[in-house]
Ligand binder design. Structure first.
Ligand code: HEM
Length: 179
């Protein structure tokens, strides 16, 4: 189902306020457990993204035509991206208190995905939902509703930061369709 694609039109989320100390601690504690299993968690998140939102595969030359979850899981390109996603999230989580560092990570991610990979920013929003879903299923003891709410806030902040970079570099929808 590509439901969130339709929502893509209204992909303007309000930037949430800064994380409270309590939210920061909840995110860091829960992440520590997830990061112990970072390879499996990262692959599970990306496979879920590509199975539930197949159009998100269009940017990946090596597996855009692969459909089965078991085959996607084996793709070296997918596994590499999963590691990159988990490492970037780890850097963000480790630096939640350092707004400058967070902004610089989001800036380089936003620039690379907009300019080099030409990824529609709506997929960052879709991926946020998938991250919450998979982590909630895989770590139900860790991701309580309160912890989930803190993660929702962090991921919304990430999405807003990335969208702002896309705007800054002059992203338009046309740049995907014109290649
Ligand atoms: C939290 C979200 C994400 C993070 C942290 C992330 C991280 C990264 C990093 C660090 C790289 C390599 C950097 C570079 O090329 O300069 C990369 C490459 C890439 N990303 Fe992402 N990414 C995210 C989401 C996405 C999404 C949603 C898509 C598309 C649906 C995407 C598509 C790509 C593609 C196509 C590449 C190049 C892959 C390759 O060369 O094999 N990324 N990503």
């Amino acid at each position: 189902m590509e439901k969130a694609q339709e929502d893509g039109k209204s992909d303007h989320l309000e930037r949430p306020g800064p994380l409270t100390d309590k939210e920061r601690v909840m995110i860091q504690d829960s992440w520590a457990k997830v990061y112990e299993n970072c390879d499996d968690a990262g692959v599970a998140i990306l496979v879920r993204l590509f199975v539930n939102f197949p159009s998100s595969k269009q940017y990946f030359s090596q597996f855009k035509h692969i459909e089965e979850a078991e085959d996607l899981e084996k793709s070296a390109q997918l596994r590499k991206h999963a590691q990159r996603v988990m490492n970037a999230l780890n850097t963000l989580v480790e630096n939640l208190e350092n707004a400058e560092k967070v902004a610089s990570v989001l800036k380089s991610l936003g620039k690379a995905h907009a300019l080099r990979h030409k990824v529609d920013p709506v997929y960052f929003k879709i991926l946020s939902g998938v991250i919450l879903e998979v982590l909630g299923e895989a770590f139900p003891q860790v991701v309580t509703p309160e912890v989930g709410a803190a993660w929702t806030k962090l991921l919304a902040t990430v999405y807003c930061g990335i969208s702002a970079v896309y705007e800054e570099v002059g992203w338009t929808k046309l740049s995907t369709s014109s290649g």
